[in-house]
Design a protein around this ligand. Sequence first.
Ligand code: ADP
Ligand code: ASP
Ligand code: MG
Length: 411
Amino acid sequence: MALIVQKYGGTSVGDVDRIANVARRVARTKAAGNDVVVVVSAMSGETNRLIGLARAIDPDHDPRELDMLVSTGEQVTIALLAMALHKIGVPARSYTGGQVHIRTDNAFTKARIVDIDGAKIRKDLAEGRVVVVAGFQGVDAEGNITTLGRGGSDTTGVALAAALKADECQIYTDVDGVYTTDPRVVPQARRLDSITYEEMLELASLGAKVLQIRSVEFASKYNVPLRVLSSFDEGQGTLIKSEDASTMEQPLIAGVAFNRDEAKLTIMGVPDRPGIAFQILGPVADKNIEVDMIVQNVGQDGSTDFTFTVHRNDYKKALAVLQELKAKLGAREVAGDDKIVKVSVVGVGMRSHAGVASKMFKALSDEGVNIRMISTSEIKISVVVDEKYLELAVRALHTAFGLDAPPPQQQ
Ligand code: ADP
Ligand code: ASP
Ligand code: MG
């Protein structure tokens, strides 16, 4: 007998028929002799709807109250799923995050799980029940409801699997696995049978929202076997696991990721002297703005152009900080662009192969895509390009690195 944690995303519980479909899947897993813990998201669109209500009251709402509000989405689905299980004769009980002691810090809207006490869940399992837990939410030391950031139900699933030492954590979603890139953008994308934690972590960090970043961190840290599967079809999905001899044989590049939420800012003609980077980025950090890529160029006149990227939501705030700094630092000009995107190639094979960057730049050049910024790490290369080139760039890289699925066989 195995213990399986299954997580079902928003589309998979998007209406009552789909909830009944999830109940049948859970029942089958249970009937096969397994203990089952189910984590569910809010019905698709519900979290956005609730955030919209909060914004309509006050765009500057209190994050504690936002968490109180958005956590209700998952509370609806756990109860409906438990009822759907009862209807087909499966004993089940639903719980909120707080009720099963998913303890977090108090960083509202982006809380981190610090502890899970699995005793209550284990007791229910021992008594033959399926346990249905609300994803995305926890409770802080003072009993306030917290949430784990968008897409956070993935992290609830993996954290529960780690705490309960489950045999596998299965993430059921609206695609049948992890693909070489978002299959909704590149129809030639291919499903991967397996991918390493490290590659999946990079892909998630660089924009592939199929798994929340933190869920992959958790899985890797606690060695939780993690599988992404379709709620609607049968299949093996994609297994996310440690690097081993079989993964070493895999191609150079595992996948292409992209992120549309980017904006770029430049402060030009600042004096090139020690401390200047801190003088620019200190005030940006003071406004709680996270900076991603940074490029500094020293011109012939000895002054510096300093460019960095931020989340598009922080663009206006960051621009205002630079406008304010302009006079203080004696800069020549401040410029910005919020119509840019980041496209990245990821693969552990890059460690042992040269020439990946030049292959990437050639593919983009052949399509006339201008590269605005570049950054590299051991297993990824990212470029910033104009938003209008996003699809073209992703497709060109997908083809150049040999990731396209073979065309369907002619009869
Ligand atoms: P859920 O609501 O089930 O959590 P998400 O919308 O969060 O589902 O994640 C699934 C989506 O992730 C897919 O519909 C797909 O468009 C997108 N996606 C982005 N990159 C990838 C990728 N490399 N492989 C598979 N799906 C991807
Ligand atoms: N309902 C939450 C969201 O939309 C959490 C999740 O779906 O994982 O972000
Ligand atoms: Mg998701």
